[in-house]
Design a protein around this ligand. Structure first.
Ligand code: GLN
Length: 308
């Protein structure tokens, strides 16, 4: 196993002062390719480009137009640190501090899951629902705000609320709303905890036309957690008991209190969990229970309608 010092020495031997943008790109690709097996799921050429852009504060186009420009010492040192973090396994999104999702660019933090393209299935399903003009939508466990913001970006008249259980996460979602110029409400709530007292206060929003969530759902002893980026993401966003269904059970059992008549509950889940979730929804009185697949044709989201 290589130590941090070994990695740093090997990177600095390659990236010599005075290196051009073009050569820095080639060398960064080589460095990441050599570590591809250990990093898992990575795309070394693409990642090298992203890290070089980040370290040099250059756009994709500038990487080409400035191909022969030499890196300053500060840029070189930033690039070397970024490559080192990546070779040590840190997710690209945590190194650059951002992640693209839907049409948005989102800031990420180590408190939240890095938004994944699989979750776009949830957004597509949500915006395809026949909700009323001014529908009230709740995204529970919003993390970066990805789902809430993507939905609101497509359905400007819907009133979207996003909640999460940590103040730092709520602040991150709020910040992402501001960065993207999208108006959503972000609330501190551990699942339904902030909405429960509102049920007795008719002036406050407690019941929704759609509740959407990407909760933690990985089995707590799954070997999947030891792979790639997941090693660095918070457990609170990934796992939920031995069968991965603890939070989903809680959400399904409580959701009807917070749904209007004929409103929908839409949940992302693991590709082998659809049957269990359909059963839970049916038992809880939901109708028209249906599972959607992601782009890889894997069961990814299940929804049901609450008849009231
Ligand atoms: N989707 C995550 C993954 O498979 C698991 C946890 C989650 O999204 N809620 O990596």
């Amino acid at each position: 196993m290589q130590t941090s010092v070994d990695i740093s020495t090997r990177i600095n031997e390659r990236l010599q002062p005075g290196v051009s943008v073009d050569d820095a790109l080639k060398l960064s690709k080589q460095i990441l390719r050599e570590n591809q097996t250990e990093l898992e799921f990575n795309e070394p050429d693409f990642e090298a480009k992203v890290l070089l852009e980040h370290a040099c504060e250059l756009s994709s186009v500038q990487l080409i137009t400035h191909a022969n420009t030499r890196l300053t010492n500060a840029q070189l040192s930033r690039l070397s640190t970024c490559l080192q973090s990546r070779v040590e396994g840190q997710p690209i999104a945590y190194i650059t501090g951002k992640q693209a999702f839907w049409t948005l660019e989102l800031a990420v933090s180590k408190d939240t899951l890095i938004p994944r393209s699989d979750t776009e299935t949830l957004v597509e399903t949500a915006i395809g629902l026949p909700l009323c003009e001014n529908a009230q939508v709740l995204d529970m466990g919003t993390g970066t705000g990805a789902i809430a913001l993507a939905i609101k970006s497509e359905r400007a008249n819907w009133q979207v609320t996003a909640c999460d259980f940590k103040p730092s996460i709520v602040a991150l979602a709020q910040d992402n709303a501001k960065r993207n110029g999208i108006d959503i409400q972000c609330i501190l709530s551990d699942w339904f905890s902030a909405f429960e007292p509102r049920l007795n206060r008719p002036e406050e929003q407690a019941r929704f036309d759609l509740i959407v969530t990407n909760p933690p759902y990985v089995e707590s002893d799954s070997s999947y957690l030891e792979r790639g980026d997941l090693r660095f993401e918070p457990d609170s966003a990934l796992t939920s008991g031995l069968d991965g269904l603890s939070d989903i059970r809680h959400i399904i059992s409580q959701a009807s209190k917070f749904l209007k008549t004929n409103a929908y509950l839409l949940i992302e889940h693991g590709f082998e969990q659809s049957k269990a979730i359909q059963e839970l929804m049916n038992q809880a009185g939901f109708v028209e229970v249906e599972t959607k697949q992601d782009l890889n044709k894997l069961d990814r989201a299940t929804m049901g309608k609450f008849p009231g």
